[in-house]
Design a protein around this ligand. Structure first.
Ligand code: OXC
Length: 311
């Protein structure tokens, strides 16, 4: 019922983890592989291994989460090795996703060259939107720099590639970004990364709740669903049809998933709720989405995908 075609491959369902959650180590990744998720993705890697920011750096909140992880990861080679070993086993269920987030344009290019030269046959996600590295702005808020980077990437990169975007908040920004993205043979855009640099406080302790950046961190979960849906819808209605959308942000129930699909997302990533509930969330959310579809008389996602009505 939930069969999904994405990047010319077939997936049993559209659900996967959001990069960063439950995907730092081989053990985490193996748990995702064994779960009901239709696909899974590795933690965004940098060329060298990184410790990330000081603890505490991730806090669950009533309506979501705040984090300032700072891209802790075990280094590019660790994840490349894992995806190369797992792309075959995974082939029947659909390709594996490999996320990278260079600290500079040169580092992104270097990693993409290595991926291009390797026998990796899965899907690469270029994270242009980590809000948590002190001193490094989110690249995709700089339209010129994003265009320049993608121009360089597509002089040599020929494998399936998607970009992970930050949320945008202005219709003109959607127009500008979509016009840039439409110039390139991108496989997908993933909207959205966390809403950067929120501040959650503990009024009793009169204190911030995470240590890095004086408490400023990326907000995820229910807080951000309306922003995520707007970004999915805005890109779905502006991008050429060859560029598919991954919807990320505030998905914790079958209804949230249904709403993202209605807005035009094809795959769905879960971050905050996966962190709270663990990989068993995929069983629950699959059942909930199927139940909604049954009630509405839909037999496949195609029956309602992207078909959000206007008033
Ligand atoms: N988004 C990212 O892209 N990276 C992580 N956090 C986040 O919200 C991180 O590692 O800080």
């Amino acid at each position: 019922m939930l069969n999904t075609t994405f990047a010319n491959a077939k997936f049993a369902n559209p659900f996967m983890n959001a990069s960063g959650v439950h995907c730092m180590t081989i053990e985490d990744l193996e748990e995702l592989k064994a779960s009901q998720a239709g696909a899974y993705i590795t933690k965004s890697s940098t060329l060298e291994k990184r410790e990330g920011n000081p603890l505490p750096r991730y806090v669950d909140l009533e309506l979501g989460s705040i984090n300032s992880m700072g891209l802790p990861n075990l280094g590019f080679d660790y994840y490349l090795d894992y995806v190369l070993k797992n792309q075959k086993e995974n082939a029947q269920e659909g390709p594996i996703f490999f996320s990278i987030a260079g600290m500079s344009v040169a580092e992104n290019i270097a990693m993409l060259k290595k991926i291009q030269e390797s026998y990796f046959s899965g899907i690469t996600e270029l994270n242009l939107s980590c809000p948590n590295v002190p001193g490094k702005p989110q690249l995709a808020y700089d339209f010129e720099a994003t265009e320049k980077l993608l121009k360089e990437v597509f002089t040599f990169f020929t494998k399936p590639l998607g970009v992970k975007l930050p949320p945008y908040f202005d219709l003109v920004h959607f127009d500008i970004m979509a016009e840039i993205l439409n110039q390139f043979p991108l496989t997908y855009v993933n909207s959205v990364n966390s809403i950067g640099n929120g501040l959650f406080i503990d009024p009793e302790a009169e204190s911030v709740v995470i240590k890095p950046k004086d408490g400023f961190g990326g907000i995820g979960g229910a807080y951000i669903k309306p922003t995520a849906l707007a970004n999915v819808r805005a890109f779905y209605t502006r991008l050429k049809p060859e560029i598919q959308i991954i919807g990320t942000g505030g998905i914790e129930t079958g209804q949230d998933a249904f709403e993202h699909l209605l807005c035009g997302a094809t795959m769905l990533q879960i971050g905050t709720a996966l962190h709270k509930e663990g990989p068993a969330i995929f069983d629950r959310i699959i059942k909930e989405l199927e139940e909604i579809m049954n009630q509405k008389g839909y037999q496949s996602i195609a029956d309602f995908h992207g078909k959000l009505k206007s008033l």
